[in-house]
Design a protein around this ligand. Sequence first.
Ligand SMILES: [Zn+2]
Length: 95
Amino acid sequence: MKKKNRRQRHIPERTCVGCREVLSKKDMIRVVRTPEGVRIDSTGKLPGRGAYLHQRKSCWQHALSRGSLANALKVEFSDESNELLSAYMDQLSDP
Ligand SMILES: [Zn+2]
């Protein structure tokens, strides 16, 4: 069999941990696990394990209530992280 050397263009795609839909990276909010706790990564450049969510309140509600965000980040949220995430969620709305 002949080996294929054709390069595939890599388009970053991410799954929303709230609704499981796949969208391109630019439409997503990245949440990162850091040694200091969970952070919203608005620049997309923080190092560490990250998970992606839509800018949609329902996705955040699902991800937080079902624990799928914590699962994706393989972490248990501290009170501080929970507060940060809830505060972020509260300023989102559903389209
Ligand atoms: Zn979503």
